[in-house]
Design a protein around this ligand. Sequence first.
Ligand code: PLP
Length: 370
Amino acid sequence: MLTIDLGAIAGNWRTLCRRVAPAECAAVVKADAYGLGAAHVAPALAAAGCTTFFVALLEEGVVLRPCLPGAEIIALLGALPGREADHAHHRIVPVLNSLGDIARWQAFARSVGRRQPAWIHLDTGMNRLGLDAAEARRLAEQPERLAGLELRGWISHLACADQPHHPLSAAQLGRFHRTLAPLPAGRRSLAGSSGLWRSRAFHLELVRPGAALYGINPTPEAANLMRPVIMLKSRILQVRTVDSGATIGYGAAATVARRSRIATIAVGYADGALRSSANRGHVFIDRRPAPVVGRVSMDLMTIDVTDLPEAAVAPGGWAELIGPDRSVDAAAADAGTIGYEILTGLSRRHHRVWLAPATGNLATGDQWTS
Ligand SMILES: *Cc1c(COP(=O)(O)O)cnc(C)c1O
């Protein structure tokens, strides 16, 4: 069962707002709000006062438009060829990532005879998306390339914001300012979850956090200031006693060194429990740690409960995979990955419960697990 605390998400957004004021705090809700259900998360954030939302794709914005009627929705990956009219119709503002993107959006504006809104992405060192230095120079020298566009602002993206003193962050900030100097004025946005904790210089006019809203630690070098957002629990199906020397599960990948009690729980890699956490890390039963033993299979995991009181572990009971005892970041570390991949990998098979912000009322999803 996956419980998603919308009040904690709204609370995290407010914490970030206070941190960056007077800069504006947007919310990144791409990839279905990092797997937590954008149709629930975005309205909760809007109710808390958020008015600017980032998605990756047009389609993600189209789905959210009815529940965010007045918000600015921005698509980071830009307007793909042939989809310009859909952007305009649903008011999904594209981030233009190249001179070619700008030319196409301008041609569309001309064809409909109406100025079209856009953000423009300047690459300052990530080398992934956005206008490179030469393209930015051409844009500054040929301002007519922006005719017909309603320029909303400029964005860039930090490569190493989660490393507190990484020199690339300051270098990117400097490049952003220098690249913008000869370009038309507009709002500026550089920082996501981690960048906004670095220094005020990174806030500019708008910050765009995602991960921190969802409880991932944006300052990995220090304690997490974000509220935890999800609780992931799974049922204990069976408990068995095995002799010393017995092997557990596929590939006989674990051998017990003593007579042991092994509990089998109803969660596997089809639910987003990564196979790379085989024989690593713990789940919690009754707030006590129980190590994962053996491989993770599609629907099942096995855990060693020898050191837990017998009464605490029974079929039908719950094991906590993520929650107060085990953070998303800890689960990610056990699987050799980052919290972002854990959240976006949570499968549709979990029965989902969204805790509503103010009332604590339950909103129940329509997907049920075994
Ligand atoms: C995903 C994304 C963000 C949000 O990053 P977090 O680290 O989750 O806060 C911000 N900006 C861009 C361009 C992104 O792709």
